[in-house]
Design a protein around this ligand. Structure first.
Ligand SMILES: Nc1ncnc2c1ncn2[C@@H]1O[C@H](COP(=O)(O)OP(=O)(O)OP(=O)(O)O)[C@@H](O)[C@H]1O
Length: 604
């Protein structure tokens, strides 16, 4: 449920400020600047969701802005729609273009993504310039004075109108920030592969992030079209996209109040510099450069580092979920045990060009067992895990899950089936708290949709609190409840591995694949990790364990498959494996051979 405090800060105070603004600044120039501020702010709120949360760099937002501006102008002037309706439709049209850009740039990241978006912005800019019949080109086209319900909106009323929309969109964005949508945006922005193995269809979520962001840019453009009753293609150039991005970064990318500050800087600074009009761009550029070097986390980021402001920090992590610190026994919520064949690898091969990372491997994993996969370095263990989790599609053979062929499933599809994994090279969501990391694991269990989250209905906060409690319980199981609100990347290595295990458990998996869960951990941490695996085994969870520490393998595995040079060389119980000369030979010269021969001694 939304609290009274939220209404006061999010709606009440902004409304009063908006209404009172003309009492203090009642001249045409200031009102015009305020309008520009509010329009730009709406665009920045959307860009902040895309860049700040999802880490998708866009330098093409001017394209969505232009699409919004021309669509609303044409829908109003040519089609004859009401200006407000046309602005909303323009937002939707821009959102469709957002989805297209997302689809076109699915595999592009960082600078490559920036290039794709620049190309899109430039394309729209060229069309605006050249398609003179429709856009009027540089000479521009006229729009009308905006009117609502038959009343023409004067300059002040139009500012109030834009402000009202800005307040509504801010409230929506804040709700996205604090719920599972913001969390999912942040998750795939941090690690796409980890998001996928937790059941998140990253492609669809990217499309959503781009569409939402483009919608707000489109609405901003639509509002701009009626600000001066005139638009021209000269407005829609790359430098505007750059200004939008600078506002996000300088304000504090991914923070809730960053957009206000960033917009104030890019709109306000030129006002103060008007006396130096000849040097204006140079001074502006210089100030921005210095600010970016000195304040890499933006203005909000710099302030939140000061202890006084820490409590106001809103950077990505929402930790105010009212967790119960009770003494109940935390229980592991696992699916009903499955007997018999759970997973079958039938003649699975994974060849990279001429290299046979795994070749014609047959493995059967039985329900309720811990199945170890071992082998010397480079024997194909990680490749097997990548095939099992859908990260690689095998070049040969079939993967059967409870008898169903899942060979061609994407990682999120495999996760939806109930298989998840941890990573040898940790893949935590570094911008999130430990608790939030685990909450992402519940992805496939969340029921509320986008609109409900946008409005943050009672159902949403109930669901959030429910899963926060469950996440907290999982952290108690792995002994990390004290760390719940710490940033995941601040934890020691071994504890980060436990967070990944807790996050995987949140999926309520039928099969959990642990890829070298003890790698890089200290002996004390290894003991903790082994204890957790043992308890999961006792609770009946089916596990595939890839591990170099023979002590762990021999202690907890029911059955072991040994790989060497991509081939299965031996399979059986720990005792069988330990005494098999082929295994000893495969490991000969490696440091594990002593452990292997020593048998099931415990760690300590
Ligand atoms: N994406 C890839 N492209 C090309 N070769 C690869 C790729 N992934 C793995 N390999 C190669 O496949 C072989 C098996 O590697 P894999 O990482 O599966 O072994 P591993 O048993 O997990 O080794 P380690 O114990 O060192 O983690 C190695 O020769 C590796 O170089």
């Amino acid at each position: 449920m939304i609290k009274a405090k939220w209404w006061i800060y999010q709606i009440g105070i902004p409304l009063v400020l908006l209404y009172a603004f003309p009492w203090f600044f009642n001249n045409a120039h200031t009102i015009h600047v305020a309008q520009t501020f509010l329009i730009t702010y709406i665009v920045i709120v959307g860009l902040n969701l895309l860049v700040g949360l999802s880490n998708q760099l866009s330098l093409g937002h001017v394209g969505f802005y232009a699409i919004g501006a021309y669509s609303s102008a044409i829908l109003t002037m040519t089609v004859g729609l009401n200006f407000f309706v046309s602005i909303l439709i323009s937002g939707l049209i821009a959102a469709v273009f957002g989805a297209i850009v997302a689809l076109l740039s699915l595999r592009a990241k960082g600078p490559y993504l920036a290039m794709v978006t620049i190309a899109f912005g430039e394309l729209i800019s060229i069309i605006a310039n050249r398609w003179v019949n429709v856009t009027g080109g540089p000479a521009g086209i006229k729009t009308s004075v905006p009117s609502l319900f038959g009343f023409e909106l004067g300059q002040i009323q139009y500012m109030w109108f834009i402000g009202l929309l800005a307040i509504i969109f801010t409230a929506g964005a804040t709700n996205i920030f604090r719920g599972r949508f913001g969390r999912t945006f942040t998750a795939f922005g941090n690690s796409e592969v980890a998001s996928e193995v937790l059941g998140i269809n990253v492609r669809n979520w990217k499309i959503l992030a781009f569409s939402v962001s483009a919608f707000l840019a489109g609405v901003g453009g639509g509002l701009f079209a009626f600000q001066n009753q005139f638009i021209s293609s000269t407005t829609f150039e790359l430098n505007l996209s750059i200004m939008f991005l600078i506002a996000v970064i300088i304000g504090g990318s991914g923070t809730k109040i960053g957009p206000i500050i960033g917009t104030a800087v890019i709109i306000g600074l030129p006002q103060f510099l008007h006396n130096f009009v000849d040097y204006h761009l140079m001074i502006f550029g210089g100030i921005l450069l210095i600010a970016l070097i000195l304040l890499p986390d933006g203005i909000v980021g710099a302030f939140t580092k000061l202890s006084y402001f820490k409590k106001f920090s809103s950077k990505k992590v929402n930790t105010d979920l009212g967790i119960l610190h009770d003494d109940r026994k935390a229980t592991i919520d696992l699916p009903d045990g499955i007997n018999g064949k759970l997973l079958e690898l039938k003649n699975i091969s994974m060849h990279f060009g001429g290299l046979k990372a795994i070749d014609d491997v047959e493995i059967e994993v039985l329900g309720g067992t811990v199945h170890g996969i071992i082998g010397p370095n480079g024997s194909g263990k990680s490749t097997t895990v990548n095939v099992l989790s859908g990260v690689y599609m095998p070049t040969g053979g079939n993967l059967l899950w409870k008898g169903k062929d899942i060979t061609k499933y994407a990682p999120h599809g495999i996760a939806q089936e109930g298989i998840t994994r941890t990573f040898q090279n940790l893949q935590l969501f570094e911008d999130m708290s430990v608790l939030q990391n685990v909450m992402v694991g519940f992805h496939r269990h969340f029921k509320t949709g986008f609109l409900k989250n946008l409005l943050y209905l009672g159902q949403v906060s109930k669901e959030e609190r429910y899963y926060a409690q469950k996440a907290y319980d999982l952290l108690r199981i792995v002994g990390l409840e004290e760390r719940a609100h710490e940033k995941a990347s601040d934890l020691p290595y071994g504890e980060q591995r436990l967070v990944e295990i807790a996050r995987g458990l949140a999926l309520k998996p039928d099969l959990l694949i642990l890829d070298e869960p003890a790698a890089g951990a200290s002996p004390k941490e290894i003991e903790k990790i082994m204890d957790v695996i043992q308890r999961l085994k006792n609770a009946g969870l089916s596990i595939i364990l890839v591990e170099h520490h023979m002590d762990i393998v021999m202690n907890v595995c029911d059955y072991i498959t040994v790989l060497d040079f991509g081939k299965k060389i031996c399979e059986g119980t720990p005792e069988t494996i330990q005494n098999d000369p082929r295994v000893i030979e495969a490991y000969l010269g490696g440091e594990e051979v002593n452990q292997l021969v020593a048998g099931t001694r415990s760690i300590g």
